[in-house]
Write a protein that binds this ligand. Structure first.
Ligand code: NAD
Length: 493
C-alpha cells in the first residue's frame, strides 16, 4: 500500500484560468450561443474550469477567418525561410516554458510530470523539425534531353482542419500544427474536450512569435458538434485526424461528399513479440515501459505481449513482479510513473476491461483501483497472463495500464497471433536472431516496427498504421506532401 504525505497530494497550478474561450482571427471569443462545457481535473474529478462549447456557427467564423488569412496572405506566399523563422521562434518559446506547459498538461490530463515535460520538449522539437525541413524542401524536376522539361509547383492547400485526441494533447497538436503551418496553410484546430488547457496556450505563443492573425484558429467543443462541423465545412479541403478508429470511420464517411484530403492516425493493439533467445531483461524493461508509460494512454502502447513458451513462465513471473513495482502516484510528483487516467468516463472504461479480463484470463498483477487512492482515476498497473487470442482484452484497445500476455510455440504461431487483430499500428520484436528479426518485421501488419528497441522515433520516418490503425502517413516529407498541392508543369523543348 502507498502512504502519501499531505504535501504530495493534489497540486493545483498557480494562475489557472477559470474559463477557456475560442481563438478566432486573432481574438479570444465566446461561443455564438454562449454555451460552455465543464472540464475536470483527473485527481479530484472536480470541475475546475468552463470551456466554450463550439458549434457550427463558431466553426463557420473560424473557417472564415482562416480562409481570409489564406486568400489575403501573407502567410501562404511568404518565403519558406520567413515562415521557418517564426516556427523556430515558436519552438524557442515552447522550450522556454516547458516546465509551465508540463505542469498544466499534467494537471489537466493526469500524465506524470516527468513524462509531460518530455512531451512539451517534443512539441518544441516538432516545430523546429518542420521549420528546418521546409527550407530544405526540394521538388522533382526532370529533363528529357531535347524533348521536355518537367517540374513541380508545390503550394499550400488552404484551411486545414486539425482534430486531436486527449492523450499527450499538446504534443500531438504540434505534430499537425508544425507541418500545416510550415507549408503555408492556415488552420482551425479542434482539440479534445477532456483536455483543452494546454491547447489554450497556443494563441499566446503564436502571437508572441509573430504568426499573423487568422493563420491559427482554435475552436473548443465536443466532437459531435464542433468536430463534426469542421469535417463537414465545404471550405476545409483537408482534415488531419488523430483518435479512435470508430471516430475515424465516421469522419471518413462525413468527408466523402466533399472528397477531402484525409490523414487518419487511429487506434492500436500493438504486439511485443519476445523470442526465447532475446535479452529478457531488456525486453522486460522495454515492454513494461511500452505499456505503462503515459498511463498506457498511448496509441503505440505494446498492450499485447507474445512470449515463446520455453521462457514464458519465467517471463510472466518477472514481468508481474516488475509491474508491481511501477510507482502509481500523483501526477505532479516527479517519482510518479503512472498518474491518473484522463477522465472518470475513461477510468470506467478501463476498469470494465479489467473486470472482463478477470473472467477471461489469469490476473498476475494489479486488477483494480490503485491502493491508497480513494478518489481520482488511479488504476493499478494490471497484467493478465494466459490470454486467449479471442479474448476481448486481446482484441480490443483498452488505452490504459493493462497488458495481455500470451504464449506461443512457433514463429508462425507468433506471427498469426501478432496479426490476428483488426489493428496494425506498431510492433516490437525481441530476438537476437538477426535474420529472423528482419524477416519477422516484414511480415507483421504494422506501420512501425521496433527491433530490440524502445519506442523512440526519428521524425523523418513515416508515422502511420495499417488496417484499422489509420490511413496515410505523417512524418518528414510525408507531412509536407499531405499539406501541399503538387502541380506538374511540362514544357516541350
Ligand atoms: P476520439 O476519437 O474520441 O476523439 C478524438 C477527437 O475527435 C476529439 O477531439 C473529439 O472531440 C473528436 N471527435 C469525436 N467525434 C467526432 C466527430 N463525429 N466528428 C469530428 N470530430 C469528432 O479519440 P480519443 O478518445 O480522444 O483518443 C484516444 C484514441 O486516439 C485512441 O484510440 C488512440 O489509439 C488514438 N490515438 C491514435 C494515435 C495515432 O497516431 N495513431 C495517436 C494518439 C491517439
Amino acid at each position: 500500500t502507498h502512504t502519501v504525505s499531505d504535501t504530495a497530494r493534489r497540486h493545483v497550478p498557480a494562475d489557472l484560468p477559470t474559463r477557456i474561450q475560442h481563438y478566432i482571427g486573432g481574438q479570444f471569443v465566446d461561443s455564438v450561443d454562449g454555451d460552455t462545457f465543464d472540464v475536470l481535473d483527473p485527481v479530484s474529478n472536480e470541475v475546475y474550469l468552463q470551456a466554450s462549447a463550439g458549434k457550427k456557427a463558431d466553426i463557420d467564423r473560424a473557417v472564415a477567418a482562416a480562409r481570409r488569412a489564406f486568400t489575403d496572405g501573407p502567410w501562404p506566399t511568404m518565403l519558406p525561410r520567413e515562415r521557418s523563422r517564426i516556427l523556430h521562434r515558436i519552438a524557442d518559446i515552447v522550450e522556454s516554458r516547458d516546465a509551465r506547459l508540463a505542469e498544466l498538461e499534467s494537471f489537466d490530463s493526469g500524465l506524470p510530470i516527468t513524462q509531460a515535460l518530455g512531451q512539451a520538449r517534443r512539441a518544441a522539437e516538432n516545430f523546429r523539425f518542420f521549420a528546418d525541413l521546409i527550407v530544405a524542401q526540394a521538388d522533382d524536376t526532370y529533363k528529357v534531353p531535347g524533348r521536355q522539361i518537367n517540374y513541380v509547383n508545390r503550394t499550400p492547400i488552404g484551411v486545414a482542419g486539425l482534430i486531436t485526441p486527449w492523450n499527450t494533447p499538446f504534443m500531438l497538436e504540434s505534430w499537425k500544427l508544425g507541418p500545416a503551418l510550415a507549408t503555408g496553410n492556415t488552420v482551425v484546430l479542434k482539440p479534445a474536450e477532456f483536455t483543452p488547457l494546454s491547447a489554450s496556450l497556443w494563441a499566446g505563443i503564436f502571437e508572441e512569435a509573430g504568426l499573423p492573425d487568422g493563420v491559427f484558429n482554435l475552436v473548443n467543443g465536443l466532437g459531435e458538434d464542433a468536430g463534426d462541423a469542421l469535417v463537414k465545412h465545404p471550405d476545409v479541403p483537408l482534415i488531419s485526424f488523430t483518435g479512435e478508429s470508430s471516430t475515424g470511420q465516421l469522419i471518413f464517411g462525413n468527408a466523402a461528399p466533399f472528397l477531402k484530403g484525409l490523414s487518419m492516425e487511429l487506434g492500436g493493439k500493438s504486439p511485443a513479440i519476445v523470442f526465447a533467445d532475446a535479452d529478457l531483461e531488456a525486453a522486460i524493461d522495454a515492454t513494461i515501459f511500452g505499456v505503462f508509460s503515459l498511463n498506457g494512454e498511448r496509441c503505440t502502447a505494446g498492450s499485447r505481449i507474445l512470449v515463446e513458451r520455453s521462457v514464458y513462465d519465467d517471463f510472466v513471473e518477472r514481468y508481474a513482479a516488475q509491474a508491481k513495482r511501477v510507482k502509481v502516484g500523483y501526477p505532479h510528483d516527479p517519482a510518479t510513473e503512472v498518474g491518473a487516467l484522463v477522465h472518470p468516463e475513461h477510468y470506467d472504461k478501463v476498469m470494465s476491461y479489467i473486470e472482463i479480463g478477470k473472467s477471461e484470463a489469469r490476473l498476475v498483477a494489479g486488477g483494480g483501483r490503485a491502493d491508497g487512492f480513494e478518489q481520482g482515476n488511479f488504476v493499478s498497473p494490471t497484467v493478465f497472463a494466459d490470454v486467449a487470442p479471442d479474448a476481448r482484452i486481446f482484441q480490443e484497445e483498452i488505452f490504459g495500464p493493462v497488458v495481455a500476455i500470451t504464449p506461443f510455440d512457433t514463429e508462425d504461431e507468433a506471427l498469426a497471433l501478432a496479426n490476428g487483430v483488426k489493428y496494425g499500428l506498431a510492433a516490437y520484436v525481441w530476438t537476437n536472431d538477426l535474420k529472423r528479426s528482419h524477416n519477422f518485421a516484414q511480415a507483421i501488419d504494422a506501420g512501425m516496427v521496433w527491433l530490440n528497441s524502445n519506442n523512440v522515433r526519428d521524425l523523418r520516418t513515416p508515422f502511420g498504421g495499417v488496417k484499422a490503425s489509420g490511413l496515410g502517413h505523417e512524418g518528414g516529407y510525408r507531412s509536407i506532401d499531405f499539406y501541399t498541392q503538387q502541380q506538374a508543369v511540362h514544357i516541350t523543348l
